[in-house]
Design a binder for this molecule. Structure first.
Ligand code: AMP
Ligand code: MG
Length: 492
């Protein structure tokens, strides 16, 4: 039997939260094969990357073999999906293998997606197809390189199994991913909906110990915890919006307590700026559209607040009043976080009265004019350097830009830093390369046909999204018109 490397697991969720999971193992699959290992991440986790790159990694990360010290389990959670509540979702095709500590002492979950049916599978087959696994790998790593809190891909393994989807038979695969934790809003909803207050308290104390350890044992900690989650989500969603990212399926079971982005299913980046941009084939009413994400974050946080009421205060009315204050404060938290990001995008370090209007004004010049959002900010840095031609070239009618650009350059000119330094700073926050939808699709299509070269090239490019790379100009351009309206598909 293949010797498995040592992981030094320390499985706190398994140890402390019995009742919040089912112990479970992955399926044996016909031919597990390591497709891609994230060596840098494996090393960060203190794992034996060399051993994991071969058969041992394929066995472990497909779920077929359980390494020593692991305590694999399927987590229980509930969730509002598109506004409708399911009291029991849970890991239907995933297992938490165990937790490890990074070289710097941070606790990380190692989790498999696509490892087979679990007690929470309902009608599903418990499997994942290669395309969506590689999509999550690619976009997650791109988000990481863009500086966004996110779960990360540790490995993609093929299983040698055919799985059946609407679009036909697909190669099966498993994604091994790493997260600060897999606690979700839906984890709390699960126990709240069942009226299990003591389990809820255990879960909340566990989450506090893991994500907000300064609150351990404090009076009023559950309300403070709610505030912390709201702050993290405000920061996260502001980053999404500032980058043009559309998550696509912000159900409460896909919103983390840690503030990391999770579950890259139907996500996409916008090209033209439009608050209504929505790509998911099942999001027919635009609930999770680009510009609606802050509203949905607030809605989801209200569900978390409701779930925590019994812990916040024994007196219902008092609990509701305190929780409501946090939720009604969210738009302000969000706006502060968004404006901080928008100022950086505009190369503004100081704070002036009209900055919010100025930032919105730039977006208004783009809206309805098919201006590429990502490229507009890169071109703006060029304008700061004194050449506004690339920016003007993005507009069919460049005069739309005149008044705004004049106001912007006047405001920016009052900054203490010289123009060249400001432009450099802008290029450090406004990516040149994002996962362009057509490039992602082409890479996944090639991978499904057995050619990993386009995937590897795109992954490498997206690992340094702010620096120009030779010969990669086509990756900085929006999709050609022939690509058509982009549609993404969920939960596959
Ligand atoms: P999602 O919104 O895609 O993160 O998943 C929603 C729920 O559906 C979760 O409980 C998943 O575990 C479950 N699920 C998604 N796909 C499958 C599948 N192929 N088999 C079993 N459960 C699944
Ligand atoms: Mg999910």
């Amino acid at each position: 039997m293949t010797q498995l490397p040592d992981f030094a697991f320390d499985n706190s969720y398994h140890r402390e939260l019995s009742g919040a999971y089912a112990s479970w193992q992955g399926d044996k699959v016909p031919a597990p094969r390591m497709l891609r290992l994230n060596v840098a991440l494996a090393e960060e986790l203190g794992l034996d990357a060399e051993a994991l790159a071969g058969e041992a990694g394929a066995l472990i990360f497909s779920g077929a073999r359980t390494p020593t010290g692991a305590a694999p389990l399927a987590m229980a959670y509930a969730g509002h999906q598109f506004g409708g509540f399911s009291p029991q979702l849970g890991d239907g095709r995933a297992i938490l293998v165990g937790e490890v500590l990074t070289r710097t002492g941070a606790r990380r979950d190692i989790h498999l997606k696509g490892s087979g049916r679990t007690p929470f599978s309902r009608g599903g087959d418990g499997k994942a197809a290669l395309g969506p696994v590689l999509r999550e790998y690619l976009i997650g790593e791109a988000m990481y390189a863009l500086g966004v809190p996110t779960t990360r891909a540790l490995a993609a393994v093929t299983t040698g199994e055919k799985i059946h989807r609407e679009s036909g038979a697909k190669d099966g695969a498993v994604l091994a991913r790493v997260a600060a934790s897999h606690l979700r809003v839906g984890s709390f909803q699960f126990f709240a909906a069942r009226g299990e207050v003591e389990m809820l308290r255990k879960l909340a104390d566990y989450a506090i110990a893991r994500h907000d350890p300064d609150l351990i044992g404090q009076e009023g900690r559950y309300l403070s915890f709610l505030k912390r989650v709201a702050e993290r989500q405000a920061e996260l969603v502001a980053q999404w919006v500032n980058l043009g990212f559309v998550h696509g399926v912000m159900n409460t079971d896909n919103m983390t307590i840690s503030g990391e982005t999770i579950d890259y299913g139907p996500c996409a980046f916008i090209d033209s700026y439009s608050p209504k941009a929505s790509f998911s084939s099942i999001d027919q009413h635009g609930r999770y559209a680009y510009g609606n994400q802050p509203n949905i974050a607030a809605w989801n946080l209200a569900r978390l607040a409701e779930s925590l009421l019994a812990l916040i205060d024994a007196d219902d009315e008092k609990a509701i009043a305190q929780a409501t204050e946090v939720i009604t404060g969210f738009p302000e938290l969000y706006q502060v976080a968004w404006l901080k990001g928008a100022r950086a995008k505009l190369g503004l370090t100081g704070e002036a009265e009209g900055d919010l209007a100025l930032a919105n004004g730039f977006l208004m010049t783009m809206q309805g004019h098919s201006v590429d959002y990502t490229n507009a900010f890169r071109a703006l840095a060029e304008a700061v350097r004194g050449n506004d031609a690339p920016l003007r070239a993005l507009y069919e009618d460049p005069t739309e830009l005149d008044a705004w650009l004049q106001a912007y350059l006047a405001r920016a000119g009052k900054e203490p830093a010289p123009a060249a330094a400001r432009a450099t700073a802008m290029d450090g926050v406004n990516p040149l390369y994002i996962p362009r939808n057509h490039k992602v699709e082409a890479a996944l299509e090639a991978a499904e046909a057995g050619d990993m070269a386009p995937f590897d090239a795109l992954l490498k490019l997206l690992q340094t999204p702010f620096a120009e790379q030779e010969g990669m100009q086509s990756y900085a351009r929006p999709a050609p018109e022939s690509f058509g309206a982009y549609k993404t598909f969920c939960g596959t």
